[in-house]
Design a protein around this ligand. Structure first.
Ligand SMILES: [Zn+2]
Length: 155
């Protein structure tokens, strides 16, 4: 399954994650499911405040912002909905953490994780909850692929 993420949206998320460093950045992904269960298309995203009291290591998206966005989309753009969320891992990789696994609420939501090191994005990976996977998440293929600074270093 694929997560189609326009480059301009990923770029805006990168900037937000780097600016939020060393705190975790978080936001909501708006879009729609691709036909035939192929994955999801992201059409917009909304950065939300990280309400967690320990924002260096955790994130908490304001539930009222999430509900308000869903309500607004239903009224104004009913073909779209909140398909998932994004958060960053300061000084971590873009792999879901055990904390993330414990936070899985709605199993239909897509997770986009941005690994940031020294206020620079190092990788971006997309996931969907899958209880049969060891980490509790199965990887999604990001389209187009995002450039990883780790890859730049090794090439
Ligand atoms: Zn996380």
């Amino acid at each position: 399954m694929e997560l189609h993420l326009p480059t301009a949206l990923h770029e805006a998320m990168r900037q937000a994650a780097e600016q939020a460093y060393p705190h975790e950045m978080c936001g909501l992904l708006v879009g729609a499911a691709l036909p035939d269960g192929g994955g999801w298309q992201v059409t917009a995203w909304h950065q939300t405040a990280n309400l967690h009291p320990s924002p260096h290591r955790h994130f908490l998206i304001d539930p009222s912002a999430h509900l308000a966005l869903r309500r607004r989309l239903r009224q104004e753009q009913p073909a779209l909905t909140v398909i998932g969320h994004v958060h960053s891992h300061p000084n971590g990789r873009a792999m879901p953490s055990p904390t993330d696994r414990a936070l899985i609420g709605d199993p239909a939501l897509v997770w986009l994780v941005l690994g940031v090191r020294d206020a620079r994005l190092v990788d971006s990976l997309a996931w969907r909850p899958d209880p049969t996977e060891r980490r509790g998440f199965a990887p999604l293929t990001l389209c187009p692929p995002t450039i990883s600074r780790e890859d730049e270093k090794t090439s």
